[in-house]
Design a binder for this molecule. Structure first.
Ligand code: ZN
Length: 441
């Protein structure tokens, strides 16, 4: 019964609204915003600001007067509350940069209207085919309007879909002052794809209690869990001697490192043989000479406590390798990278509950997912802004096969419009009152 009432409400709520998500998306993807992991500047590439500046202009056109770009390339803006009641301030977040893995220069977006389920051959490079076999979600998009790139570049739906969705939400809410909601913050970050997206976020200035990133894939998906991550550095020491006169003296650190790598299991404990909730260790860089060799690892698991176990096991292999090469020695260091955001988000069950309700009101099946990686949300959550991820429809990230459905983006806007109202309606829920460290900023 409830669902019927809600869907009617939603229908009338969006009935006459002229969505701007498509035109915004088409505009944003044509601006090259590729980030660069080898750059030391902030943002890593100046061109990201071209899009950020446009977003500020558009926010001002919408009527959001405090929108601004800071020196680090972050956009902050506020959608003012339409109520005097105290409602937690929530933030919607997306990133402007695209992946360094594939060119983002001269993106030519193509709209495949009323998609019929065929494999999509990209015209500028017909060897690039988006097939339903490889991307089964495409089959669910039959009858919708699908946007792709033209074959030479990525599309940049990751994360320009998120930007377009948040911008359209702002446009909708400013035009519909009758929709009741608390203060909403908007945050657009640079350099997410190179892991620096939140380095310069000013959480104090942002002033939000909870956040949602808009960077997820399939309609209905909600991600509240990421890996916990450490890095590990194993350094082997050998003994260097003149190779012509070194019998019985020389110990080659490169051979110790080789023996060590050879001890790593292949059938498990490795990314290439892990999936689901399994963790792994993964060598990512080797450097060395006879005297000294280093091997860098990333260590991943959903359970933070398992990281220690993986690292002990890894160190055991280092010890064994050194044991086979008398005279050698090793050092073992680990560093924390990021933690599973679920550890924070679990303390505030309403973040998920309200998102689930917002999706239900839009007649969308809520699908909880775990990310086998990190997101800006994982770090934001530990910086004091619990921040799971909501779907945008962006699919096949980081490559030429990237695609997104316009209807998925529109649905995401509808979910956010519902979500801010759910937060308003539930402003004094028991959940919040019983959370000892709950704070309304
Ligand atoms: Zn992204």
């Amino acid at each position: 019964m409830q669902m019927v009432v809600y869907s009617v409400l939603t229908f009338t709520m969006f009935g006459k609204y002229q969505s701007t998500v498509q035109e915004r998306f088409i505009r944003y993807v044509q601006i090259d915003t590729q980030s660069d992991p080898h750059s030391t500047t902030i943002p890593s590439t100046e061109k990201q600001k071209n899009l950020s500046r446009l977003l500020v202009d558009e926010l001002k056109q919408i009527g959001i007067s405090d929108a601004h770009l800071d020196e680090w390339g972050y956009v902050y803006a506020t959608i003012p509350a339409t109520t005097d009641k105290i409602v937690p301030v929530i933030c919607f977040c997306a990133h402007v940069d695209t992946s360094p893995d594939s060119s983002g220069c001269d993106v030519k977006p193509i709209i495949h209207k009323n998609y019929e389920g065929q494999d999509i051959v990209l015209p500028d490079d017909p060897t690039q085919v988006i097939s339903t076999r490889e991307y089964p979600y495409l089959k669910q998009k039959i009858g919708e309007d699908v946007i792709t790139a033209s074959g030479k570049t990525l599309l940049g739906a990751d994360n320009k879909a998120g930007l377009a969705i948040i911008m359209d939400l702002a446009n909708y809410l400013i035009q519909h002052a009758e929709v009741q909601h608390g203060t909403i913050k908007i945050l657009f970050t640079p350099d997410e794809e190179i892991g620096r997206g939140v380095d310069k976020v000013d959480i104090q200035k942002l002033g939000a209690s909870f956040g949602y990133t808009l960077d997820g894939g399939e309609r209905g998906s909600f991600t509240d869990e990421t890996f916990s991550a450490d890095s590990a550095l194993v350094t082997f020491h050998g003994i260097s001697e003149h190779p012509g006169y070194s019998k019985g003296k020389l110990v080659n650190a490169l051979k110790v490192a080789g023996a060590f790598l050879d001890l790593l299991p292949r059938e498990e404990f490795s990314p290439e043989t892990s999936e689901g909730r399994e963790g792994f260790v993964h060598p990512v860089y080797v450097e060395g000479m006879v005297e000294k060799a280093k091997v860098e690892f990333i260590v991943r698991d959903f359970e933070t406590r398992n990281l220690k176990l993986h690292e002990m096991r890894l160190e055991q292999f280092a010890r064994q390798a050194v044991g086979k090469h008398p005279g050698s020695s090793y050092e073992f260091e680990t560093k924390e990278q990021y933690r599973n955001m679920k550890e924070v988000i679990n303390k505030y069950p309403q973040i998920e509950k309200y998102a689930a309700e917002a999706m239900q009101r839009a007649n969308i099946k809520f699908k909880k997912q775990s990310a086998r990686g990190g997101t800006d949300g994982s770090r934001l959550s530990f910086m004091g802004l619990p921040c799971p991820d909501i779907f945008t429809g962006e699919m096949a990230y980081h490559g030429k096969h990237e695609y997104v459905s316009i209807q998925d983006m529109q649905k995401s806007v509808e979910v956010l419009a519902n979500l801010v109202q759910v937060w308003f309606e539930r402003r004094l829920s028991e959940d919040e009152k019983t959370q000892p460290d709950f704070m309304i900023r």
